[in-house]
Design a protein around this ligand. Structure first.
Ligand SMILES: [Zn+2]
Length: 251
């Protein structure tokens, strides 16, 4: 199916390795750099809110996003984006900043017990938030699978407390939300949309004309097909096939 759009939102997690583990959702710095270089040659880098809320048929636009707030993104990925003058949105779970709640963090991300201090510090978060290039988004307080929580109140607490804490830490209004594991149901969708202008999913396809800002799909850049090249018109179909084949669970 040919889509009447050339916009894509990419999802990254970890760049440059997580010590003591072969993290499934990690990209090497060299692969990340190559992807950004390819994108730079073919796409206009724009921020997530711009892609989610405007349409510009004459441009191929890409928005970069990172889920989870890995420290290695701050150390390895942002310098590459600076070099290519690319913007990005970082979705953060504030409960895990500064190495706090480490056991829960490891459970949520299926990391071994030796892994510690892999999430950004508050100072790093503030540093990123202070730039015009980067924006901060809400990824819930503690990264639960929202669709499995017992009631709407539990979902609302995870979403609202994270938003409050991130706004207090950064001094910014937090307008974008990303579902942990890409998992949501009707309750989670309504909670997220009530308090954020833009909500991103992990549905692996291009942005289509008519997509609501509170249901924006993203392609996971860790999937093998993404490294082949960002030929957007057929990339989405290839990624969908790959996702089915490997039974991907987005984090
Ligand atoms: Zn996540």
């Amino acid at each position: 199916m040919v889509r009447n759009t050339r916009d894509v939102v990419l999802l990254y997690h970890s760049v440059g390795g997580v010590p003591d583990t072969e993290y499934q959702w990690d990209l090497s710095v060299s692969v990340f750099r190559e992807q950004i270089a390819q994108l730079s040659a073919r796409y206009e880098f724009v921020d997530l809110e711009t892609i989610a809320t405007t349409s510009e048929p004459s441009q191929k636009r890409v928005a970069i996003t990172f889920d989870d707030g890995f420290r290695n993104v701050y150390q390895n990925a942002l310098p590459v984006l600076d070099e290519f003058d690319a913007s990005a949105t970082l979705f953060i779970c504030p409960a895990f900043l500064d190495g706090r709640n480490a056991a829960q963090l490891r459970r949520r991300h299926d990391l071994p017990s030796s892994v510690r201090n892999v999430i950004m510090s508050t100072d790093q978060l503030r540093d990123v938030a202070a730039t015009d290039r980067y924006s901060i988004g809400n990824h819930t307080l503690t990264h639960p699978d929202l669709a499995t929580l017992p009631d709407r109140e539990a979902i609302a607490t995870e979403v609202a407390r994270a938003k409050e804490q991130l706004e207090e830490l950064t001094g910014l209004s937090i307008n974008c939300f990303s579902y942990p594991y890409g998992s949501y149901d009707d309750r989670a969708a309504s909670v997220a949309a009530e308090s954020h202008n833009v909500v991103v999913t992990s549905e692996p396809r291009l942005v289509e004309t008519g997509d609501r800002p509170t249901e924006i799909p993203r392609l996971d850049a860790c999937l093998p097909a993404a490294t082949v090249g960002f030929e957007a018109t057929d990339l989405a179909a290839r990624l969908r096939r790959t996702a089915r084949k490997v039974g991907t669970r987005f984090v």
